[in-house]
Design a protein around this ligand. Structure first.
Ligand code: NAD
Ligand code: ZN
Length: 251
């Protein structure tokens, strides 16, 4: 069973970096952008997920994220999330999970060594001041949320979801944490595993190259061959909720 090619063998010196995308949450009932045709009720993603879109029509943007909060709030982690939480339990500091998902399901499943590259649906921040982002489960139906600390100094500022939108930069500290993990892993047996990501959103899509440059074994689990499938050593086609629970073998 250990070397039939469909099992990822993890041993005492393996450092595992996992990158997940929307596909991991598909079996929890959260549609990927691609499955939704890249559109939400007829709107391009940029209209509801960019600073320009928010400036143009904040009501539309908050309706979009309110609906996503309501939807994600009714969803639970699936067997794929659970498998990744179990691997973290086994590997401890030799594990890091970087996700493009904003639904928070990895944390619900139990992952703690987690970098949410694109932010979190359940956090809100100010569009004007640098007060820290805070937990917020409201769908803000009815009225646009405004920043109280800003109002206290006479500034009318809207709150916004704590999500990295199109055209916005990832937090350099998040990328640095992933790179530092890959650097350390390069001194050991480094494995990079991408799951459920179409490989078109950079810089996350470039992480496989960073891993390969450090000598990593590279694996991909995805429902279909994505744009950067050639850059992986192993590609397993299928659903993450079916493949991940059977993928890992501890040596
Ligand atoms: N759940 C979420 O938080 C969520 C959902 C949609 C979009 N987004 C955001 O949109 C961006 C879209 O990029 P993306 O590449 O992550 O998503 P994507 O929608 O572009 O691609 C998802 C990929 O997952 C694959 N897939 C679908 N179902 C799968 C399954 N059951 N098992 C394995 N693979 C499956 C598809 O073939 C596709 O290649 C992300 O950066 C993310 O921030 C997040
Ligand atoms: Zn403010």
């Amino acid at each position: 069973m250990h070397d039939d090619g469909d099992h990822l063998v993890l041993h005492g010196d393996t450092w595992l970096c996992v990158l997940t995308g929307a596909g991991v949450s598909a079996e929890s009932g959260i549609a990927t952008f691609r499955d939704a045709g890249g559109l939400w009720e007829g709107h391009r993603a940029e209209q509801v997920a960019s600073p320009e879109g928010f400036a143009d029509d904040p009501e539309l943007v908050w309706r979009f994220y309110g609906a996503r909060r309501r939807q994600a709030g009714g969803c639970s982690p699936n067997r794929g999330h659970a498998a990744l939480a179990a691997v973290e339990q086994r590997l401890g500091e030799r594990f890091l999970l970087a996700t493009q998902n904003v639904d928070g399901l990895h944390a619900v499943a139990g992952n703690r060594r987690l970098v949410e590259l694109h932010g979190n649906l359940w956090r809100t921040r100010c569009s004007a001041c640098d007060r820290p982002a805070f937990e917020d489960r409201s769908d803000h139906e009815g009225a646009l949320p405004r920043c109280e600390p800003c109002a206290a100094v006479g500034r009318d500022a809207l709150l916004r979801p704590d999500i990295v939108w199109f055209g916005e930069a990832l937090d350099p500290a998040d990328l640095a944490r992933v790179t530092a993990f890959l650097d350390e892993g390069a001194r050991h047996h480094l494995v990079f595993l991408a799951v459920g990501t179409s490989g078109v959103v950079y810089p996350a899509a470039g992480l496989v190259g960073e891993a390969r440059a450090r000598g990593a074994d590279t694996w991909l689990v995805n429902a279909e061959a994505p744009e950067n499938a050639r850059r992986f050593g192993r590609f397993l086609a299928g659903k993450s909720g079916e493949i991940l629970p059977r993928l890992f073998v501890f040596d």
